[in-house]
Design a protein around this ligand. Sequence first.
Ligand code: SME
Length: 312
Amino acid sequence: MTKTEKYEGLLRQARSLLSGEHDEIARMANLAALLHSEIGFWWTGFYRVDGEQLVLGPFQGPVACTRIPFGRGVCGSAWSERHTIVVPDVEKFKGHIACSSESRSEIVVPLWNHGEIQGVLDIDSRELAAFDDTDRRWLEKLSTLVYGPQKDIWFAAGCFWGAQKFFKRIEGVEFTEVGFANGRVANPSYEQVYTDTTGHAECVHVRYNPESVSLRRLTELFFKIIDPLSLNKQGGDEGTRYRTGVYYDDEEDLDLLSGIFLETRMALGVNEMPVELLPLKNFYRAEEYHQNYLDKNPGGYCHLNPELFKLV
Ligand code: SME
């Protein structure tokens, strides 16, 4: 069984195990037990935000430190940096907090709830480099079950700086990050993608609460901010990395998305439209300076017409 097949099965089990239980501690407890027993990690558990600290929550494995300050250790860093941290060798992570000397590698995934981080999922392994991009993707997905419901979709809408600024403003969007989707090279740098030879599209990963915002609304907004008839060119940016597309990880979204693509083509009166609709094959988070770029650089380049931001 591949790692992906294993996680697919776990996600199904976790969904049914947690359905009907709204208490977050109970959900964390069973999720930790399921992950721990099925994958055999060394330590699997949760820390919850309590003021300026994280406090130990439900876990499986040896005893652990009970409190971790904001920005400290891998857990506190994932909280302050607001993204998943994968540590291939804990000894090389400055400030790592060693609860157990047996732990060699670690992954920490933030838990988002209504746009705020409320805790983290922390997993330790006794093997070096036990966690890769596949673990990251699936553990993020599994962790959304704690405060769920949450779903993911990936939009390639030209330069990802402006696209992220647009999508993160939408009510019901829990989290966004920019990166490179559906290319041929693992972990590409921005410079590599910029050569236009790696096959990636600049893309925004959007995690949303489907009870607050629908996939239909997100996709319709996507079509409002792109030129759906322009091939490999949006605004002033040109190249296959600026192609447009919607990439999904849930087969059940395909019918709805195909319907919106068809409606859009009919409204435009065209038989063909160079906008991709594909399963997400891979997504690599871009370098930190690209994340929330236009928040960090308010006057920075944005290919989107400022009027479009009034839509959200
Ligand atoms: N290593 C973590 C502390 C928690 S234990 O791994 C359970 C850290 O550096 O935040």
